[in-house]
Design a protein around this ligand. Structure first.
Ligand code: C2E
Ligand code: MG
Ligand code: MG
Ligand code: MG
Length: 289
């Protein structure tokens, strides 16, 4: 854009790129208004936490992942992909994840009190992994009454690789507090087996790019099978992400995945809707027994 203003270089006027740029700037300002240090307290209400179930091979819902949605004042509901990178840029990710974690932990407490034996997973970004506010946040959750044995921190393989040594130390700090650690989007990054073996992880989530192709491509299925075997040797539980149909679920179960998550079971939904789903599902499981 500087080049364009200076009148040199390629002078192609690209309306689409221009609109995207303006939109990004606007989002950046709006995020700052909603989450920045001077944000009005009620602005936190623009963010909703949705929940997606994690289902065991036996068919029981054993966990739930918290996924944020932004109810933008003018643009409607935005998925994380539309604003997470802008958040990172504005260094507002820790504020958002704290909001999500606090709210999700409160929801989990209500579900557990109602007799649902669930664990809760929430996502950490790469910058948050190196943020001095992370461990105090985890301590705050525990001080507020949450049992870290029920909480899973998801970190993507890629974000671990940004600064592997530092990430390893943080991961050790996380698990020393009793939280579980999950490696998210596994297979899309470039971690080495040696690094993986040293990581105090409890769970590995196989990325959707693999699970969605396992049925159609025998080589992908072989990669999944090998990953499961490796993970099990390292003592990790394996969750298959992005499962959309029964045939894929059956295959992934055959390949040894312990749990699955995906639209087949449920899309990410608001807390009340998740509870209804859970109750309906338990009715079905009880009837089968
Ligand atoms: P993720 O942690 O890998 O979450 C799974 C994503 O896959 C979610 O996208 C979910 O809606 C989507 N998904 C689940 N099942 C299916 C399926 O069967 N088919 C398809 N096509 N998609 C499925 P979503 O909610 O848009 O989130 C995208 C990413 O944004 C997440 O990927 C996570 O990395 C990040 N994210 C979400 N919430 C937060 C948060 O509170 N904090 C941070 N730091 N990152 C978050
Ligand atoms: Mg995740
Ligand atoms: Mg994932
Ligand atoms: Mg993914």
């Amino acid at each position: 854009y500087a080049a364009k203003a200076g009148g040199q270089g390629v002078a192609v006027h690209d309306d689409a790129a221009d609109r995207a740029w303006r939109r990004r700037l606007a989002l950046s300002d709006d995020l700052h208004l909603a989450l920045g240090p001077d944000a009005a307290p009620e602005a936190a209400g623009q963010f909703a936490v949705h929940y997606q179930p994690q289902v065991s091979a036996a068919g029981t819902c054993v966990g739930v992942e918290a996924l944020v949605r932004w109810q933008h004042p003018r643009l409607g509901v935005l998925a994380p992909g539309a604003f997470l990178d802008v958040l990172e840029e504005r260094r507002l990710m820790p504020a958002l994840t704290a909001l999500v974690a606090r709210r999700a932990v409160a929801d989990l407490a209500r579900w557990r009190a109602a007799g649902h034996d669930l664990r809760l997973s929430f996502n950490l970004s790469s910058t948050h992994l190196c943020d001095p506010g992370l461990l105090p946040l985890l301590d705050e959750l525990v001080a507020g009454g949450a049992d870290p044995a029920h909480l899973v921190v998801e970190v993507t393989e890629t974000s671990l690789m940004n600064d592997p040594d530092r990430a390893l130390v943080t991961c050790q700090d996380i698990t020393a507090r009793g939280f579980s650690l999950s490696i998210d989007d596994f297979g899309t990054g470039y971690s080495s087996l040696a690094y993986l073996a040293n990581l105090p992880a409890d769970e590995l989530k196989i990325d959707r790019t693999f699970t969605s192709r396992a049925l159609a491509d025998a080589r992908i299925a072989a990669i999944v099978a090998g990953t499961v075997e490796l993970a099990h040797h390292l003592g990790l539980r394996v969750v298959a992400e992005g499962v959309e149909d029964t045939a894929t679920l059956d295959l992934l179960r055959e390949l040894g995945c312990d749990e699955s998550q995906g639209y087949l079971h449920s899309r990410p939904v608001p807390a009340a809707e998740f509870l209804s789903w859970l109750q309906a599902r338990q009715g079905v499981t009880a009837a089968v027994r």
